[in-house]
Design a protein around this ligand. Structure first.
Ligand SMILES: [Fe+2]
Length: 304
């Protein structure tokens, strides 16, 4: 494995299966989980609207990387203040803003299938974002103090909430690339059993996944709340886990008493595209790495 910044996974990013034991941090009939907001204020607005409309006993957890494109002090402040009004985990982005690990770069721990140019752009983005965070009025110690994992309970079932995977804040084991392999799938099933959770809800890899396992278990990765997740589509995705089914999920599964679903976040796409270009004009690192995805989605289709 390469040791260059953005490729490595710092030791401080790791946790043990026991992280998900003990009393749950929260219990709710309906749990919304949104990772990868990436500083998109319009996706945040769309998420808060659907969450407000959700009836019954509910909770919202931001499972990391809520910052990224918000590399301007006022923009950073708006995102930070709003998100920290809810439950939140730190992703690699928040960790590298508030408590940078030596040589971690953006802390993405990018695997081999992600190209060098993407890694270099990401390292440059984190530098600019860190400067904006320091210039904002926000207390960055709050970000550094956020947990890496959370156990929740929905309908009597234990849910493990992470940013990366069952072992690391920036792990890629809940990516479709890994889960599509037999060893990757077997490892995920083992991790569910060892951690004592029915569902792992993750995000980091930036592309959505839902995989069911024997014993009523599943891994759901929301991909990105703040960027399109499928080719030609323009909505973000959040995860919803509830004792009641949603009216219009993109896809989902039922595990005994709970429904595990992917929900579209239809944000003001044109407004976000304008704001993104103001923050990251053509030729900038974020524009070069992300503008195509922001405008047209990734090269990935929603499978039946
Ligand atoms: Fe991440």
């Amino acid at each position: 494995m390469s040791e260059s910044p953005g490729r490595t996974c710092p030791l401080s990013y790791r946790y043990a299966p026991g992280a998900f034991a003990g009393p749950p941090a929260l219990r709710a009939e309906t749990l919304w989980i949104a990772g990868g907001l990436y500083g998109n204020r319009y996706a945040l607005q769309a998420l808060l609207e659907v969450f407000d409309a959700e009836p019954g006993d509910k909770a919202l957890v931001f499972n990391g990387d809520f910052h990224w494109f918000d590399a301007e002090p006022g923009e950073f402040e708006l995102i930070d203040e709003t998100v920290l009004g809810f439950y939140a985990l730190r992703g690699n982005v928040e960790t590298e803003i508030a408590a940078p690990a030596e040589g971690a770069g953006c802390g993405c721990a990018y695997p081999e299938w992600v190209g060098d140019a993407t890694v270099e752009h990401s390292n440059a983005i984190i530098e600019r974002l860190r400067a904006a965070a320091n210039a904002s009025g926000r207390n960055l110690q709050q970000l550094a103090a956020l947990p890496m994992t959370m156990a929740a309970e929905v309908g009597g079932e234990r849910i493990g909430i992470v940013h990366g995977d069952a072992e690391s804040l920036a792990g890629w084991n809940f990516s479709q690339e890994v889960l599509d392999t037999a060893p990757g799938s077997a490892a995920a099933e083992r991790a569910l059993v060892q951690s004592g959770v029915k569902v792992f809800a993750s995000s980091h890899t930036c592309l959505p996944v839902l995989r069911s396992f024997p014993g009523g278990r599943a891994v759901i990765n929301n991909g990105s709340a703040g960027m399109p997740n499928f080719r030609g589509e323009r909505y973000g995705i959040a995860t919803r886990i509830s004792t009641r089914p949603a009216r219009n999920p993109l896809y989902g599964t039922r595990l005994g008493a709970i429904h595990v679903e992917a929900m579209a976040l239809a944000y003001d796409f044109a407004a976000w595209e304008r704001r993104f270009v103001e923050l990251w004009p053509e030729g900038s690192d974020a524009h070069r790495s992300y503008f195509e995805r922001i405008r047209s989605g990734p090269d990935f289709e929603l499978a039946a």
